[in-house]
Design a protein around this ligand. Structure first.
Ligand SMILES: *[C@@H]1O[C@H](CO)[C@@H](O)[C@H](O)[C@H]1NC(C)=O
Length: 246
């Protein structure tokens, strides 16, 4: 009898049970059922951006925290405010996670406690000698490919995505799996950055993404939204997906 397939199956089950194979992941041909990175301790609490359109910075910081956390086996919370003040001219007027990633690559990022959130743009007051984290670069995933997004979230870690969010149903969202038939996925409609921290399947309502927002813990499912997955790139979830290389 040939035991090799059995051994392979056991190895795969072990991998699935551990939840990740981040360090030694080789191929993208497995299709995992799901993962929730919140269970591993590398996702910081959901913050409330307040009157500042900070989702580009909050989602990027969440991604950097998670990827550095996975690498260092320790969660260090990092500064959103530094990015608002220092990384772009837009500050509280919105922006792109890639701007935050490039800035963090070039300058490093302070800890959250040393440069706390104020929900308004001020003069940059970052002292590079206080850097608490740095990244090497970032990766942009294949356009509108939800399978690719799932494989990367499962095997590597959380991914920043950008959504078409200008719908009343977003404001009204409380719980469950969000679907909006008026949602568009073209680049031009993307208005909100969020962090994909996992995905799964509900036996009644189908496949979903788990999204960490910048709307505070009192919004949605404790600050998270579950969004329909494999539903035609709902709201652009896989249109512009990016994660940092640490
Ligand atoms: C980030 O840096 C890369 C490489 O230096 C560059 O090609 C890209 O345009 C930059 N992105 C942004 C948004 O500035």
């Amino acid at each position: 009898m040939d035991y090799f397939p059995v051994l392979k199956l056991i190895a795969l089950l072990l991998l699935v049970d551990l939840g990740y194979a981040a360090g030694n992941y080789q191929t993208y041909d497995q299709l995992p059922k799901g993962i929730d990175w919140r269970r591993y301790g590398y996702i910081s609490p959901v913050q409330n951006q307040g009157g500042c359109q900070a989702s580009w910075a909050m989602s990027a910081v969440g991604a950097v925290e998670a990827h550095l956390g996975i690498k260092n086996r320790r969660l260090d919370q990092l500064s959103v405010q530094q990015l608002i003040d220092c990384a772009s001219n837009y500050g509280c007027g919105g922006g792109w996670a890639s701007v935050a990633f490039n800035y963090t690559r070039d300058h490093g990022i302070a800890s959250k406690t040393s440069y706390p959130y104020r929900a308004e743009q001020s003069t940059c007051s970052y002292d590079p000698s206080t850097s608490a984290g740095r990244i090497r670069s970032y990766v942009t995933l294949r356009y509108a490919d939800e399978k690719c997004l799932a494989e990367v979230v499962y095997n590597i870690g959380p991914v920043v995505v950008h959504l078409d969010s200008l719908h009343d149903s977003v404001l009204e969202y409380k719980s469950g799996i969000y679907r909006e038939e008026d949602c568009r996925f073209d680049m031009a409609y993307l208005t909100e950055a969020v962090l994909v921290v996992g995905f799964g399947t509900d036996s009644n309502y189908g496949d979903y993404w788990i999204l960490k927002t910048s709307f505070g813990k009192n919004w949605g499912e404790n600050g998270y939204m579950r969004l329909a997955r494999n539903a035609g790139n709902m709201c652009g979830v896989a249109t512009l997906a990016q994660y940092p290389i640490v």
